[in-house]
Design a binder for this molecule. Structure first.
Ligand code: AMP
Length: 475
């Protein structure tokens, strides 16, 4: 399966700052959770673009001498996270290409649903691709556009792209941010307010990156908006007709950092509210609520708050282990859970335990954890999940396995309960997931929980692409 379908990523850009690359480096550090496979920064000093991309974590990729080399007052960066398929440096971003008007770099978070179709068309017309990433498709669309201005080229290219993109472009004298009209993935705009860099702009996937570099959050880059930063300041364009929004609900459930403010709400507060609602919907007599750290912590706090059952840490996490999802094979993944988490007998012995996590994907983690809890003396184990069952893969930039590997796509809650060996298992309802948002699900994409993919099936190319996707997923 081509790994381009599996990209989770972070983007970060700074314009008009004497230490632009350094700021981007720090921002990428804060956004490490969105991608751990490769990292890269491209900077501009007005005369040329300098680039550094490498496989590995941000701290390993950028040493002092590398950052020093990335001169200039504007820079964009990228963290990439791909799990299955091959990992290649050639897929690491930002990509840099020369086109007729000079060099341009691009960082992309999201997946294009019609990437393969566009690639086929471009290849037929003579484009030569260097990566398997559909981000390169956008670059080729820009390079081959008949429009004369760069903005004209970018608008023409994005008008052809379907699916999810939060993008940053860098040229010699401009930085450009763009978010797809449905707004699947987040993208925020900030500014330095004081010091020698006052007035410099920042664009990042999440607000936690702004906090670290002490930039002030101004607003989200809006769905369908293109923001241009140039020598004359900032300009906002909205060249596309408005469409219903499809902000990713899974960013709230799992993916974003809890200290980020996302789509107008604080992630930590949302997760706690999901936990409270979970307790309201699925209470069970117990002595202890324990989170699966770190992903289940805020929801477990909420669950304990609402149920009145004390919260305690029955599972302790080793913080120096990467995500278990990074491991390529199932056998290593099984082992990985134990490397990451240990159960505490002193907390669990003889207790009826409610264990809270944000989601069950394959079921591997929950099964292992429940065994560990019982081995450490838990008398009963009640699994509570702060989202509905994950029934569909994501086509818009969250890494989910094939439908065949999604346990909830292939079995009932009772079957899952038996597989994970819990005494009881309950998920949050879809309606419950939206209580924090006054019950309003409009404006969100929850396809992973409902199978309702917000794509235009009247678009012939789109439909074909989706079928192609399904076929590839089954391989
Ligand atoms: P599994 O063992 O496949 O059921 O994985 C469930 C665990 O993976 C839960 O603890 C989730 O917090 C976590 N998880 C859910 N979605 C993702 C994702 N896209 N990437 C990495 N981890 C995830």
């Amino acid at each position: 399966m081509p790994d381009k379908f599996r990209e989770e990523c972070a983007v970060m850009g700074v314009y008009g700052h004497p230490e632009a690359a350094n700021m981007v480096y720090l921002g990428l550090y804060a956004l490490q959770h969105r991608g751990q496979e490769s990292s890269g920064i491209v900077s501009s000093d007005g005369k040329g673009l300098t680039s550094h991309r490498q496989m590995g974590l941000v701290a390993d990729v950028f040493k002092e001498d590398v950052i020093k080399r990335l001169e200039g007052s504007s820079a964009i960066g990228h963290n990439r996270y791909s799990t299955t398929g091959q990992s290649h440096l050639k897929n690491a971003q930002p990509f840099v290409v020369e086109y007729s008007q000079g060099p341009i770099a691009i960082s992309h978070n999201g997946n294009l649903v019609n990437g393969t179709l566009l690639r086929e068309e471009l290849e037929r017309a003579g484009s030569i691709f260097q990566s398997t990433s559909d981000t390169e498709v956008i670059i080729h669309l820009i390079a081959t556009s008949k429009e004369s201005s760069l903005m004209g080229r970018i608008i023409e290219a994005l008008a052809k792209a379907r699916g999810a993109y939060s993008l940053l472009f860098l040229t010699l004298d401009r930085m450009i941010a763009a978010r797809d009209p449905m707004g699947f993935r987040p993208l925020v705009l900030g500014r330095f307010q004081s010091g020698p860099s006052a007035g410099a702009y920042v664009v990042a996937s999440e607000t936690c990156a702004l906090d670290l570099i002490e930039a002030v959050y101004l607003r989200d880059v809006e769905p369908g908006e293109i923001v241009v930063f140039g020598p004359d300041g900032m300009e906002s364009l909205k060249p596309f007709p408005p469409v219903p929004h499809a902000k990713c609900i899974f960013e709230y459930i799992y993916f974003a950092r809890p200290d980020s403010n996302l789509f107008g709400h604080n992630v930590y507060q949302v997760r706690k509210a999901l936990g409270r609602q979970l307790a309201r919907e699925n209470g069970v007599p117990a002595d202890l609520v324990t989170p699966v750290p770190d992903s289940g912590v805020p929801a477990a706090i909420g669950y304990a708050e609402d149920s009145g059952i004390p919260l305690d840490f029955g599972l302790i996490r080793n913080h120096y282990v990467g995500r278990t999802f990074i491991e390529p094979s199932q056998s290593i993944r099984n082992f990985g859970v134990k490397i990451k988490l240990n159960a505490q007998r002193a907390v669990l012995e003889g207790k009826r335990v409610v264990v809270v996590d944000d989601s069950i994907v394959r079921g591997t983690t929950s099964r292992k954890i429940i065994r560990m809890l019982r081995d450490a003396g838990a008398k009963e184990v009640h699994m509570r999940i702060s989202s509905p069952p994950t029934v569909g893969p994501c086509y818009y930039g969250i890494d989910t396995p094939n439908r065949t590997e999604l346990i909830a796509a292939n079995g009932s809650v009772e079957e899952i309960r038996r597989y994970i060996e819990a005494d009881t298992l309950a998920y949050l309802s879809r309606d419950g997931m939206y209580t924090y948002f006054d019950g309003k699900s409009q404006g969100f994409c929850d396809a992973c929980f409902t199978g309702n993919y917000p794509v235009h099936f009247d678009d012939e190319g789109h439909t074909k692409q989706l079928h192609l996707f399904e076929a590839l997923q089954q391989r």
